[in-house]
Ligand binder design. Structure first.
Ligand SMILES: *Cc1c(COP(=O)(O)O)cnc(C)c1O
Length: 371
């Protein structure tokens, strides 16, 4: 790639990350026992304001572990948003339960409580709000529905480390929260994930299932079909170093968003991330929506941007458009999936990078007759 190519994202790895990963390596504890795992769990729980945290091999296994811990099985239903990364729906399907697709709110891009309420049946066992692109879902409304039917809420917070709902950090707002530390997430361990919960019994059960459900009193006797969903000490060392810097990362993400708001001529039909007054977004992704676009125009826009050396990515495809979960399209999610896209954001980005992107975005939109 050319020197001045701007990628969609890249991790911020500095001297502290190098120091702790090398210390973990030198300690000889390279596998899934070690001081950095305990530290990462303790410090992540503290960060989320939860009593417990459990480190896992990635966000997808974290979601599966949370749902397996709830005891989900065939015949059960779990409500998930139609617009999300596929892992949310897949994790439900891994348990044998059925993911039931709900529509999203056009501003937050997260579960629409009215759509969720209409989908509740006697088989509904859980709701998974996804804090999409870093914006928290409307948790009070969703919790009220869940509580009135005795249903669990599992937050998919894979994209929203540090985001807040009415002043409370995500991850501690339901039965359990699930985070991802994939390379492009708010903080990374390469691959990795975390469960957060206040429920001691849930935490203990999840911890047991994470390690093949081995009996605590009889080695190599397994009372359940568990998993190996452990993280390594090497990854946890990277996580400890990244978590030390999370405020710095989140501040930069908010700053980058401000630069975008100055650089792109938004109007009633060209919009950047919308943030509710009750929300603090983690701004995991910069979102650009152009109302008049269809999917072909959106893709053409991205192609023209790439020709100018700027990467972008389309919104996720809707679950209902995929062969495994095929069904009639949900109007809001279906439309967003075809017209939305994400622009670059990463720690090392400068204001002049964003200004360059902004002027190219404005130019291309004008050339396409949008502005
Ligand atoms: C990244 C992501 C996951 C999965 O995390 P992995 O660590 O990649 O397995 C789950 N849900 C959402 C919404 C994500 O963005």
């Amino acid at each position: 790639m050319a020197d001045n190519f701007i990628p969609i994202s890249k991790p911020a790895i500095g001297p502290r990350e190098r120091e702790l990963v090398l210390a973990a390596l030198d300690s000889g504890w390279v596998s899934s026992i070690g001081e950095y795992i305990d530290r990462f769990e303790e410090e992540f729980a503290k960060y989320c304001g939860t009593r417990y945290a459990l480190a896992v091999s990635n966000g997808t296994t974290g979601l599966h572990l949370a749902l397996a811990t709830l005891g989900l099985t065939q015949g059960d239903e779990v409500i998930v948003p139609d617009l999300t990364f596929v892992a949310t729906a897949n994790a439900v399907a891994y348990t044998g339960a059925t993911p039931v697709l709900a529509d999203i709110d056009p501003d937050t891009l997260c579960l629409d409580p009215a759509s969720v309420r209409a989908l509740i049946t006697p088989r509904t066992k859980a709701i998974i709000p996804v804090h999409l692109y870093g914006h928290p879902a409307d948790m009070d409304a969703l919790t009220e529905i869940a509580d009135s039917y005795g249903i669990a809420v599992i937050e998919d917070a894979a994209e929203a480390h540090g985001a807040e709902y009415r002043g409370r950090r995500v991850g501690g707002l339901g039965k359990c929260g699930v985070f991802s530390f994939y390379g492009n997430k708010v903080i990374t361990t390469g691959e990795g994930g975390m469960l957060t919960t206040d429920d001691q019994e849930f935490w203990q059960r999840a911890k047991r299932l994470r390690d093949h459900a081995m009996s605590p009193t009889r080695r190599y006797f397994h009372e359940d079909r568990g998993f190996n969903y452990r993280i390594t000490n090497l990854q946890a060392a990277l996580g400890v170093a990244q978590l030390e810097r999370i405020d710095e990362f989140l501040n930069r993400r908010a700053e980058i968003m401000d630069w975008y708001r100055q650089a792109i001529s938004a109007n009633s039909e060209v919009r950047l991330n919308r943030v509710k007054n009750w929300a603090k977004s983690a701004y995991w992704m910069v979102c650009l929506e152009v109302d008049s676009f269809d999917a072909a125009q959106r893709d053409e826009f991205m192609r023209l941007l790439k020709a100018r050396g700027i990467d972008s990515r389309p919104y996720f495809c809707s679950m209902s458009s995929m062969p495994m979960y095929q069904q009639a399209a949900l109007p809001v999610a279906g439309r967003k999936a075809q017209t939305g896209l994400n622009l670059p954001s990463y720690f090392e980005m400068t204001k002049s990078d964003v200004q360059r992107i902004g002027s190219d975005v404005n130019d291309i939109l004008k050339s396409m007759g949008v502005m």
